[in-house]
Design a protein around this ligand. Structure first.
Ligand code: SF4
Length: 335
């Protein structure tokens, strides 16, 4: 196998967060190109279309290109360059017909060090691959949901031409130039034989490959159709709960309708910090806002459980988070 066994998660050489916060510029900005998805995966609220209809602010669809351009221009107001613009949040990014234009625009604006995306790759035709690569995409993370068409039908509710899907991924790999590729699968749905098959199928057509574990990713979304081992983290590590959410100190998230969420897991739109562009909201204004600052303070006072949504955040137990708990007092003073 040519690929390196490594997770898609960008670990940033693990800068010690406690030494660098408060940050004048977030490291990562998630911008959602589209909050809808063509899959209906069992673990994901976005795939539950009836549920989505009941959530105000969801079902927006693709982010308008003009809105994206305004956002990117505003990202340049930060004192420093953002490390990553991540074109992904709730939905399937390839459903936005202007995705390649978004990448080109952000590249030309020179507002970040890297641009990446995470996709189910079902729409990754050779033509689209070429345009994403030519636009300057730096990294693509592909989430594989099964090792054959039957598994896709069962897990994601989608009829997939599996051979074509694999061929399209191979095409991207062959033409990827400087774009890094990572592929991962939820290993909990695979037998040992199927795991071998996964590595055999994708191990030579990606740079990085990994088996992840299903976790309670989406706060308050009941994972009734997927079995979750609460003791194991996403990368197979021992789960350990933290009180301080580190993400609010280095990431920000912008939904496809232009609203700002406190974090990328806000599928339910209950952590909205601001709406759209204008005199009251821009990435920099939101980053420096009293509302975000007061949330950060409450996390540092170890009050995560006092917000119902955050109290139910599986990422704080099974994700790969920095543990800031023992430095909370020191950081509170520093903030
Ligand atoms: S605790 Fe979870 S839901 Fe709350 S802000 Fe952090 S990542 Fe988001």
């Amino acid at each position: 196998m040519k690929a390196q066994l490594k997770p898609r998660l960008d670990l940033f050489d693990r800068l010690e967060l406690r030494k660098v916060i408060p940050l004048v510029t977030p490291y990562v900005i998630y911008i959602d190109p589209c909050d809808q998805c063509n899959f209906q995966c069992k673990f994901c609220p976005t795939g539950d279309r009836e549920l989505m209809k009941k959530i105000p602010g969801r079902q927006h669809g693709p982010m308008e290109f003009e809105k994206f351009k305004k956002l990117i221009k505003a990202v340049n107001e930060f004192e420093e360059k953002v490390k990553v613009i991540r074109l992904y949040k709730d939905g399937e990014p390839l459903l936005n017909p202007r995705l390649a234009d978004m990448i080109s625009f952000a590249k030309e604006a020179n507002c970040c060090e890297k641009i990446d995306t995470t996709t189910n790759a079902s729409l990754l035709s050779p033509a689209l691959s070429r345009s994403l690569i030519e636009a300057g995409l730096d990294r693509i993370n592909i989430s594989v949901e099964g090792i054959n068409a039957a598994q896709y039908q069962d897990f994601s509710g989608i009829k997939l031409d599996y051979d074509k899907f694999v061929k399209n991924i191979a095409y991207f790999y062959e033409h990827r130039q400087g774009c890094e590729m990572n592929i991962k699968i939820n290993g909990d749905i695979l037998t040992e034989e199927q795991t071998k098959h996964f590595f055999k199928t994708f191990g030579d057509i990606t740079d990085g490959i990994f088996i992840e574990h299903a976790i309670d990713y989406w706060p308050t979304f009941k994972q009734e159709k997927v079995e979750i081992n609460q003791d194991i983290g996403i990368l197979g590590h021992q789960a350990k709960e933290v009180k301080v959410c580190p993400y609010v100190f280095y990431e920000m998230a912008i939904n496809s309708d232009g609203s700002y969420s406190m974090c990328r897991f806000d599928w339910k739109r209950v952590l909205i910090l601001g709406r759209d562009m204008g005199i009251y909201a821009s990435p920099k204004k939101i980053w420096n806002s009293i509302i975000l600052w007061s949330f950060q303070q409450r996390f540092l006072r170890l009050e995560r459980d006092s917000f119902f949504y955050c109290a139910n955040c599986g990422e704080m137990k099974q994700g790969l988070t920095e543990d800031l708990d023992e430095f909370a007092e020191e950081l509170l003073e520093k903030m």
